[in-house]
Every structure is written in C-alpha cells, then in structure tokens.
Write a protein that binds this ligand. Structure first.
Ligand SMILES: Cc1ncc(COP(=O)(O)O)c(C=O)c1O
Length: 445
C-alpha cells in the first residue's frame, strides 16, 4: 500500500494492525492498550488496574491468568503441538467430546469442533441442511434467523444475523433463502423487567407466519440466541423459546440455539437450554469453552442428527466439512483444564447464586439520567440509554470511555452498555462495577 495515500497518522506504529469491529482512526489516536491480566483485572500498558466487567469479550468465565489452563497448554505444546483430525485422531479430542457430552443438554451428545463462534454457526447451518438431505428432504435449505441476532461474521452467520451494520456493507452478498423473525426487545411493554420479560411470548408465533409464507418443506432450521448479547442484551420473553420449540417440532424444522455467549455458566446453568428447559437440535458454542485462552468452538448435535449421517458405505466420509484446526490438541488441553476449573469451583452454576445481587445492583441504575431500560439475566446486564438527537451511539461510547478511565471495562453497543463479568466475581466487585457505571452515567450529559 502506498503510505502517502493514507490519512496522516498520529501513531504510525499502530497502523499495520487493521483492528476488527473498531473505529481504527479514533482508537489509534488515543489507544487503550491492555498488557496483563489476573483474576478479575486487567492492567493497561501504563500500569493502571481495570476491573473486567465483560470477561474479556464474554469468554473468560473463570477469570484471567488461570495457572491450571496455562500449565495444561504448556504441557500439550511440549507433548504434541498439532495433530490432524481428518482421517486421524488424538486421544484428548475424544476425551473432551465425552466430557462435553456429560454436561450437555439432554441428547446433545455428538460434538463437532471448530475454532470460533462464527465457525460453529456456519457448521451448524451446514449440518442442518445436510441432515435434511440425508433423510431425503434435500429441498429444506431455508433458514430463519431473527432481527438483532448476532451469529458471527461468516457468510452464513451474517445472513441469519439481524444486526443492520453487520449486513448493510455487504449488500446482497448473503445466503439466499433466509428470513427473519422479529426481535423481542420491546421497551414500551417491558422496560425495567427483572429477569425475563413477561410480555412477548406471542412473538414466537411469527414463526408460523413465516412457515406459511415459505412452506415448512423448504425450511431447514431456525437459529436464535437464547439471550442475545451483541445487540445489547435482548432477553427472551417468558415462554417464547418453548413456543419456538413447539412450532419447530410441529413442522419438522431444526432449532439451533447459538450459545456462544450463554454457554459455560453465564446464565447460572451450564447452558441456557438447561436454564430455560428448552432443548435445541443443535447448539453452537465457543468463548467460555477454553476460558478464552485458546480459540476453540464446538457444535453440540442431537444424536439423531449424527446417526442420520452414519449410513451408506462405511468407507465414505459422511460430512464434507471440517477445519485444519478442528479439535486442535492445544485447544483441547485448554478446554479440558477449563472444564476442570469450572467443575472444581462450581462456576457453571455460580451465576445463579449471584443473580439476585446482580439484578438489584443493575436495577439500582433505574432513575439515573437518560436510562430508559435495564435488563438482566444470570450474570448478564444491559443498560439502555436514550440516544442523543442525531448522534446515536455517542452517549454510549462516552460512558464506555469514562468507565475505562475510571478502571472499569464495560462493553458498548450503540447506546446500550452491556456487562458480563467473569463468573468468579465477588460481591464487592459487583458493587464497584455498578457504582462506577452509575457515577459515569450521572455526569454524562
Ligand atoms: C451469539 C454469538 N454467536 C457467534 C459469535 C461469533 O463468535 P466469534 O467471534 O468467536 O466468531 C458471537 C460473538 O460474540 C456471539 O455472541
């Protein structure tokens, strides 16, 4: 690239890294650099302590710097840094799949490994289509996603997703044959609900309308996040997910839960499917699987789906799909160690015991200037602020920045502040997180 054509940079040493989902020029003019992490805290490169209110990016569920994971990764690197899983195998991949099957929602005991949430989503979508084909219903290729949904950034995930900015830049470069349910965020009816909103289960009936429009025989799967995080914490109204399940069953459509953020304890049970007592056919995960230490994802599949592929000649590959790094041994070692930590410290259910305090702390923000909604579930919180006239997102960003300056890391999506701290958080740290946010909201015009 011709450097002379680039706009003047204030920090040339930062220019080469094209940062993801970041305002690159704004960031590089005033960078926020993290250098070290331990427990509930990050430290910036100039030595400031920052309380992590978002578990990195919804992934460091057991807190930072876990020695158990570091040691397992080091040991695996020294033993066998890589081994292929195409027509070969290595023991800890099978051990990890078995461990995951044991904590999975009922029946979801066949596990396909990926390297990220986006890959998990695209994998699940492909499995859904190929499953129907394997059963002689190859015309079922359509997907139903949902407005405000986030399913990563692959072409599949982007297409079923419903966040406008993630779509509009890519025009018509989407999967064909995708439709969307309405989202379930309704501040008029549900503002300041504690836990699941009571209004809105009927929104699931929109699925019947889409099925009538497209005909069930063309639809492979419905994909939703049980709780969506990226769109700014959108909760399912009570009864909504059960209704989706019933409609999918009625029409022989697969239901996919994207549990990339809700998986591994975030909602007080190992998975949201267990918390809401609704079992999907496929479940996508990543993030907390390795405590964020090594990239890895996993798709949990109902056994009936796996079994549908296990036909024909035994020497034929049943699913033409996989990644060089599927079940990477170092990632497997990290995941096994993370699962050990989660089990030993009860972290997959700890959010349930903290959720009452969390809920009260979050709802103490009600009544502060510009706060138009507070949403919470498990150890997830969202605070929605009124947008400034003609300048959406600027209030949210300012609050995010000021929190960071005061030593608290939150996440901002538009004018919503989201929080999802490591599941090891203590009562005092919840107080500090929310008090800092409250102080910043008070002084932000
Ligand atoms: C629900 C959901 N699905 C998929 C993804 C994509 O995961 P990744 O960034 O690991 O590709 C995310 C990331 O936040 C997510 O929240």
């Amino acid at each position: 690239m011709n450097a002379q054509l680039s706009p003047a940079s204030t920090n040339p040493e930062l220019d080469a890294f094209w940062m993801p989902f970041t305002a690159n020029r704004q960031f590089k003019a005033a960078p926020r650099l993290l250098a070290r992490a331990e427990g509930m805290y990050y430290w910036t490169n100039d030595g400031r302590e920052v309380l992590d209110g978002v578990a990195g990016l919804w992934c460091v569920n057991a807190g930072h710097g876990r020695r158990e994971i570091t040691d397992a990764v080091t040991k695996q690197l020294n033993t066998m840094e890589f081994a292929p899983t195409f027509q070969m195998g290595h023991p800890i991949a099978f051990e990890l799949a078995n461990r995951l099957a044991k904590i999975a929602p009922p029946g979801l005991d066949r596990i396909f490994f990926t390297n990220s949430g986006s890959e998990s989503v695209d994998t699940a979508l492909k499995i859904a289509v190929a499953y129907h084909r394997a059963r002689g219903a190859g015309q079922r290729t359509r997907f139903i996603g949902r407005e405000k949904g986030y399913h990563g950034v692959g072409f599949g995930g982007m297409s079923v997703g419903g966040m406008v900015n993630n779509r509009k830049f890519f025009g018509a470069s989407m999967l064909p044959g995708v439709d969307h349910l309405p989202h379930t965020l309704d501040i008029e009816h549900n503002a300041f609900s504690r836990g699941l909103p009571q209004w809105g289960a009927h929104l699931a009936n929109e699925l019947e309308r889409l099925i009538a429009l497209h005909d069930a025989s063309t639809i492979a799967a419905v994909i939703v996040e049980p709780v969506s995080g990226s769109a700014g914490v959108v909760l399912p109204p009570a009864g909504y997910l059960k209704r989706l399940r019933e409609i999918c069953d009625k029409h022989d459509i697969l239901l996919i839960f994207d549990e990339v953020i809700t998986g591994f304890g975030r909602v007080g049970k190992p998975f949201a499917a267990l918390a809401f007592d609704v079992t999907p056919d496929l479940m996508t995960t990543a993030k907390g699987l390795t405590n964020g230490a090594i990239p890895m994802g996993a798709v949990f599949s109902q056994r009936k789906i796996y079994d549908a592929f296990m036909q024909g000649p035994e020497n034929s590959i049943e699913l033409f799909h996989g990644y060089t790094y599927s079940a990477h041994p170092v990632a497997c070692a990290a995941a096994l160690a993370a699962l050990d930590v989660y089990a030993k410290e009860g972290l997959l259910t700890r959010a349930a015991s903290l959720s009452a305090q969390w809920e009260n702390a979050m709802h103490s923000l009600r009544g502060l200037p510009h706060v138009i909604d507070v949403r919470n579930y498990g150890l997830i919180g969202g605070v929605e602020l009124e947008a400034r006239a003609g300048k959406p997102g600027t209030r949210g960003f300012e609050i995010f920045l000021k929190c960071f300056e005061r030593g608290v890391m939150v996440r901002q999506t538009g004018d919503t502040i989201a929080m999802s701290p490591p599941l090891i958080i203590e009562a005092k740290q919840i107080e500090r997180l929310v008090e800092t946010l409250a102080a910043v909201i008070r002084e932000t015009a």
